[in-house]
Write a protein that binds this ligand. Structure first.
Ligand code: PLP
Length: 414
């Protein structure tokens, strides 16, 4: 077979890995990083790729059919959020949505001050820093307590402390520890004080009900691959008459707010994934909550000294898909060790999991002793996760924990 030097298909890759026995039954517990595509989403996308290849901007019927598909999903998203379709702008991902909103707030709405937190995802944190460096925006950080929560009275004091045009950007569900922000309370506070409010809702969209007719926030973001949709497809919610303007210039697509030929099959995939999530929300969430409870109980009984970070072990105040664990030993190689056993988890968020130093979120909520001597691990679930998979994970962690105790005893005896 003549193999290409720089491109091989997934099929070829799997053949190579199989030869080297690198493929085993995998246990996927990193659903906050991304989720597997559901079969129905794949089918819907393949169908669009095969038949609806028209450009949605074309006036002929092939183009107009593609346009109808997009507008259907826009209406579906708008219904979910209880907003109007005109307030939904399709983008390539959560990162793009957050960039677009924050940058346009500064560039077009005259925002001079941003209130944010050190717990934000990099795509918000780095964009805010960029606006500070390049546009001289003042940045004020709201510090979390050891549980990862914010003092909302302090937030209001900070808001009131300046007359500068202000944007508050605080995420809804933290991607590392799952803490949930009281969106309604913060949105109402921002509205009452006449400041703009953006929330990175990437981790919570499609996992819970969202009624933006009752939550007066200005901007929010979404990424389809966090709920079994495709990568490269997301949207920004932009409240009507906000005045936000285009960042990617070109054609008049997406109501002239985001130029570029639309990713029709990606948008359809997002719509299908959202439909499945919403139709099964009760069933999925109760299954995942049960799995999370089971994981907590098994870890507490099998791994001596294990703790849970932030609010992630609490049902009401954390996102049910995320459990952030603190293991009572230091093992920077733990992700690799689990991977070698076929278990995929994360040592932080996916974006920083290559790094060995603790993430900013962990630096904020752990004390020095915990940073020095413990290992954080993020376990994130989906409706596909089973108790048997959790048993395998807990057994593996217990084995690693025991090996640490033995090593420690050996060192002490030397
Ligand atoms: N915001 C949060 C909270 C996330 O967890 C992620 C992805 O991990 C993003 C934004 C970025 O989303 P995307 O991967 O679609 O760019």
């Amino acid at each position: 077979m003549k193999a290409s030097l720089n491109f091989f298909t997934n099929f070829e890759l799997r053949k190579i890995l199989k030869k080297e026995s690198k493929i085993m039954d995998r246990i996927y517990l990193d659903n906050a990083a991304t989720t597997p595509l559901s079969e129905e989403v794949i089918d819907a996308m393949v169908d669009v790729m095969k038949t609806n290849y028209g450009n949605p901007s074309s006036t002929h019927s092939l183009g107009q059919e593609a346009k109808i598909l997009i507008e259907n999903v826009r209406r579906q998203v708008a219904d979910y959020l209880h907003v109007t379709p005109a307030e939904i702008i399709f983008t390539s991902c959560g990162t793009e949505s957050n960039n677009m909103i924050i940058k346009s707030c500064v560039n077009h709405l005259g925002v001079e001050r941003i209130i944010t937190s050190p717990m934000e995802h990099k795509c918000v944190a780095e964009t805010v820093l960029d606006m500070k460096k390049r546009r001289g925006v003042e940045v004020v950080y709201l510090r979390p307590d050891q549980k990862g929560d914010f003092d909302l009275i302090q937030l209001e004091e900070i808001i009131k402390s300046s007359d500068k045009k202000t944007l508050v950007t605080l995420m809804h569900a933290n991607n590392e520890i799952g803490n949930l922000l009281d969106l309604k309370k913060v949105a109402e506070m921002c509205k009452a004080n006449k400041v703009l409010f953006h929330s990175d809702t990437v981790q919570s969209m499609a996992h819970m009900e969202m009624d933006f007719s009752q939550i007066p926030l200005d901007f929010a973001s979404c990424s389809a691959h966090k709920f079994h949709g495709p990568k490269g497809s997301g949207f920004a919610f932009i409240r009507k008459a906000s005045g936000l303007k285009v960042i990617i210039t070109g054609g008049p697509q997406e109501r002239s707010l985001r130029a570029g030929t639309e990713n029709v099959c990606g948008i359809v995939g997002l719509g299908k994934a959202l439909e499945i999530s919403l139709n099964n929300m009760d069933q999925y969430s109760s299954h995942i909550k049960e799995i999370k409870k089971y994981t907590k109980e098994r870890l507490l009984s099998e791994v001596d000294g294990v703790k849970f970070n932030g609010r992630s072990a609490e049902e009401e105040t954390s996102l049910y898909t995320v459990l952030s664990v603190l293991l009572p030993f230091k093992d920077p190689m733990i992700g690799l060790k689990l991977d070698m056993k076929g278990i995929a988890v994360s040592q932080g968020s996916a974006c920083s999991s290559g790094a060995t130093k603790p993430s900013m979120v962990m630096m904020m909520i752990l004390d020095e002793d915990e940073i020095e001597n413990c290992t954080p691990l993020r376990i994130s679930f989906s409706h596909l996760t089973t108790k048997e998979e959790i048993d395998t994970l807990v057994d593996a962690l217990q084995e690693i924990a025991v090996s640490f105790n033995i090593e420690k005893t050996n060192v002490e005896h030397r």
